[in-house]
Design a protein around this ligand. Structure first.
Ligand SMILES: Nc1ncnc2c1ncn2[C@@H]1O[C@H](COP(=O)(O)OP(=O)(O)O)[C@@H](O)[C@H]1O
Ligand SMILES: [Mg+2]
Length: 252
C-alpha cells in the first residue's frame, strides 16, 4: 500500500478583509489523494473549492490545518504541482509558445531548451501548429489547452485543475475531457480537478469528493468503479447511470 501524495488535514480558511469580521471561506477540509489517482471535487458555488485548490497549490496559506506533499508540510508553490485556473490567464502579448516557455524562462532555463520543451508540450495538447498565435486569435478551448501545456511544461507529478473547462461550450468541453483522460492515461499523473459537471467527474475519476455548502468541508466520497481504459460507450452503461444517481443524491 503506497502513501498518499497529497493530504489535506483539517484545512480551514478565514478571510479577514470584510468589515463584519472574519469570513469562513473553507470549513474543515480533510482528505487525501494517492499517487496517480484522478480525483474530482464537486460542490456548490462559493463553498471554497478554489480556495482549497489554491491552498493545495501553495499559493495561499490556510488559517489552520496542514497540507502534506509526500508526507512533508507544503511550503509555497512547488514545481511538482501544476495549476490550471478556470480562466486561462495567458499573457495577451505573448504567443502560445512564449506563454508556455515563460515558467521555464523564469527558472533560468536557456532559451533554446525552453523553446524545445514548450513546443513538445504544445504538440502534446494538439496545438503544435498554433505555437506562433496570440491568445486573442485562439478559441476558448485552445487557450485552455495552452494553459494546460504551460502547467505541464515542468512535467509536474500533480495537476490541480480548477474548473478548467468551465467556460467552454458543451462539445468543446467533452472533447477536452477526452484529451485530458488520454493524457492522464499516457503519462501517469495525480490529478485533482474541480468541476460542476457530474458526468465529467464520473467519466474521469477514480473517486469523486463532494463538498458541503460554505464553509465547505469534504462531505462524501464516491468511488468510481468503472474499469479503465474508459471510452465514450461507458456513458451509457447501467453502472454509469447508477453512479450518476448516487452522486446526485450525495450532492443534495
Ligand atoms: N481573497 C478573498 N477574500 C475574501 N473572500 C474571499 C476571497 N477569496 C474567496 N472568498 C470568498 O470565499 C468563498 C469561497 O470562495 P471560492 O473558494 O472561490 O468558492 P468556489 O470556488 O467553491 O466557488 C466565497 O464566498 C468567496 O467570495
Ligand atoms: Mg471556484
Amino acid at each position: 500500500m503506497s502513501e498518499p501524495i497529497l493530504v489535506a488535514d483539517h484545512v480551514q480558511m478565514l478571510f479577514f478583509d470584510s468589515a463584519e469580521g472574519p469570513f469562513e471561506a473553507l470549513g474543515n477540509a480533510t482528505f487525501q489523494v494517492m499517487p496517480n489517482e484522478f480525483v474530482c471535487l464537486i460542490g456548490p458555488s462559493g463553498c471554497g473549492k478554489s480556495t482549497l485548490l489554491r491552498i493545495l497549490g501553495g499559493l495561499i496559506r490556510p488559517t489552520s490545518g496542514t497540507v502534506l506533499l509526500d508526507g512533508q508540510p507544503l511550503a509555497g508553490p512547488q514545481r511538482r504541482i501544476g495549476f490550471v485556473f478556470q480562466h486561462s490567464n495567458l499573457m495577451p502579448w505573448r504567443t502560445a509558445l512564449a506563454n508556455v516557455m515563460l515558467p521555464l524562462q523564469l527558472q533560468g532555463v536557456p532559451r533554446i531548451e525552453a523553446q524545445a520543451r514548450a513546443r513538445d508540450m504544445l504538440q502534446l495538447v494538439g496545438l503544435g501548429a498554433y505555437a506562433d498565435m496570440l491568445p486573442r486569435d485562439l478559441s476558448g478551448g485552445m487557450r485552455q489547452r495552452v494553459a494546460l501545456a504551460r502547467a505541464l511544461v515542468y512535467d509536474p507529478d500533480i495537476l490541480l485543475l480548477d474548473e478548467p473547462f468551465g467556460a467552454l461550450d458543451a462539445l468543446t468541453r467533452e472533447r477536452m475531457s477526452w484529451e485530458l483522460l488520454a493524457l492522464w492515461q499516457a503519462r501517469k499523473k495525480t490529478v485533482l480537478m474541480v468541476t460542476h459537471n457530474i458526468q465529467e467527474a464520473i467519466f474521469l475519476s477514480d473517486r469523486v469528493l463532494t463538498m458541503s455548502r460554505r464553509p465547505g468541508h469534504v462531505e462524501r466520497e464516491v468511488v468510481i468503479d468503472l474499469p479503465r481504459p474508459r471510452s465514450i460507450d461507458d456513458l451509457y452503461t447501467t453502472r454509469f447511470i447508477e453512479l450518476t444517481h448516487l452522486l446526485r443524491d450525495s450532492l443534495r
